[in-house]
Design a protein around this ligand. Sequence first.
Ligand SMILES: [Zn+2]
Ligand SMILES: [Zn+2]
Length: 256
Amino acid sequence: MPVQGQPGGMQVTFLGTNGWYDSLTGNTCSTLIRARDYDIILDAGNGVAKADRYITQDKPVYLFISHLHLDHIIGLHTLVKFRLKKGLTICGGPGIAGGLGAIVREPYTVPFDTVQYPVTVTECADGACPVPFTVTCLPLVHPVPCFGYNLNLDGKVITYCTDTGVCDNAVTLARDADLLITECGLKPGQKSPDWPHLNPEDAISIARQAKARRLALMHFGAEVYRTIEERDEIKRRFAPVFPGLIVTQDDMTIEV
Ligand SMILES: [Zn+2]
Ligand SMILES: [Zn+2]
């Protein structure tokens, strides 16, 4: 797919754009950011297995996990196929090390300490992540602990907020972002108060309040958006009211 946007910055590739499960519309969610000195991955749904189509594996890789629902971590069982020469640092909210350690182990898959490169799991504390670039991390609204991230590097701000209902922390994290990546679990007008997710109007409202320049929708509910045409309809309907709207599909790359 052609790259959209201005050349010369970071490249953001949507490896998996489905929420919940894989379907004909794509893999479960994972997003790759190719920055100058690092490769950064946001969540590890099944899409993460495609990362080595895009990266040389020569840079340090940082993986930020929003939460432990399987559509965000199921792809971790493919880590064993990578050869990340500068290692992998996995970052998440409090409790992430124990949560991942309970699943990424025998007999389910190869444990972190057995893959061919160093893997470190680290937890954000007091809203900051122990990584060599500026990351702010705040809790979102979801049935389990879930964290959104504001990444500031290479002179740009990219915010990642999934899965969540509408909340002040999403707006705070997205403040003045060059790109807000968020979820679109629901159709226009749909609500799910018992299992918080966003519809397109909610996502646009967060982007507007935060004055984010662009908004990329991903994590389209697999049961809700059954075809790519249904996603295209969101673009047709809402791009006129939010010109920075990007409706993602698997393997789409944009420049930030
Ligand atoms: Zn999800
Ligand atoms: Zn979830």
